[in-house]
Design a binder for this molecule. Structure first.
Ligand code: FPP
Length: 249
């Protein structure tokens, strides 16, 4: 896509020069709640509402793919009550709000290792994926029990299995081969990765896929991430000069 500094500095966002695929590390729910003297889970519930707002804005902002980090392979280290509360929030969200989002033309898919999730949640995830499989307006990918290193390790395990079975000749293995074994094999690489809450780290999110992504680390806590804040991130992206390791023509 052509890039233009002009549009980045203007108030009018041109979706034509925005990113096709945005990935978001939704951080800061706990702090947002604690700042108000409330329990951390309250922040997660408020954060879930923002997911809905941001998905709704994608068509107008020209974003075709949105990938969100809902629960990492490391998040199991949180207290039992927070983990249980989050799992119950995911089930409720998929059952209620997500169905509504789905009826608006959003295709929903999940990445991550489902083995550690409870049976009820796995069933709801599979149902939502099946229910929305014909949708094309926005592709929403939810990373649940996802870790970039875990994803690569699982991919290598499956690849090694296929080599052992004689389906793949080891000397032919290259980046494209490995990419096909990743959970994200259905997605383009993210153009832009946003992390909220002032932390400037990747935290094991889309490690392989974000090799050439642009990053936005912003101070806003996730429950305060409005459609306007999203738009500002997209406008700054529009002003970036992406060279993918090459030189400017
Ligand atoms: C990080 O904030 C957030 C999470 C680990 C959970 C993200 C989940 C949601 C936004 C809920 C809804 C998602 C879906 C898909 C329904 P944190 O708890 O680490 O915040 P802190 O750094 O302030 O403690």
């Amino acid at each position: 896509m052509p890039q233009s500094m002009e549009s980045a500095s203007s108030d009018v966002f041109n979706p034509e020069i925005g990113p096709d695929h945005v990935a978001i590390i939704m951080d800061g729910n706990g702090r947002w709640a604690q700042n108000q003297g409330k329990a951390r889970l309250f922040g997660h519930h408020e954060g879930a509402k923002r997911v809905k707002d941001i998905v709704s804005a994608c068509p107008d902002f020209g974003v075709k793919h949105l990938t969100i980090f809902a629960f990492s392979t490391e998040n199991w280290k949180r207290t039992q009550s927070e983990v249980t509360g989050l799992m119950s929030l995911f089930r409720r969200y998929i059952r209620n709000e997500m169905r509504e989002v789905a009826s608006k033309g959003v295709r929903v898919r999940f990445i991550g290792d489902r083995n550690r999730l409870d049976a009820k949640l796995i069933k709801l995830m599979a149902e939502l994926e099946a229910e929305t499989r014909e949708n094309t307006l926005v592709h929403l990918t939810i990373a649940l029990n996802y870790g970039g290193r875990d994803e690569v390790a699982r991919a290598v395990k499956d690849l090694a299995h296929d080599v052992k079975q004689g389906k793949i000749e080891p000397s032919t293995v290259d980046e494209v081969t490995l990419t096909r074994y990743l959970d994200t094999n259905i997605l383009p690489d993210p153009d832009l990765v946003i992390r909220t809450s002032g932390e400037a780290r990747i935290s094991n999110f889309l490690l392989w896929q974000s090799a050439y992504s642009e990053y936005e680390f912003i101070d806003t806590l996730w429950p305060d991430f409005t459609q306007d804040v999203f738009k500002e991130c997209l406008m700054r992206y529009a002003g970036r000069d992406r060279r993918f390791g090459g030189v400017k023509k």
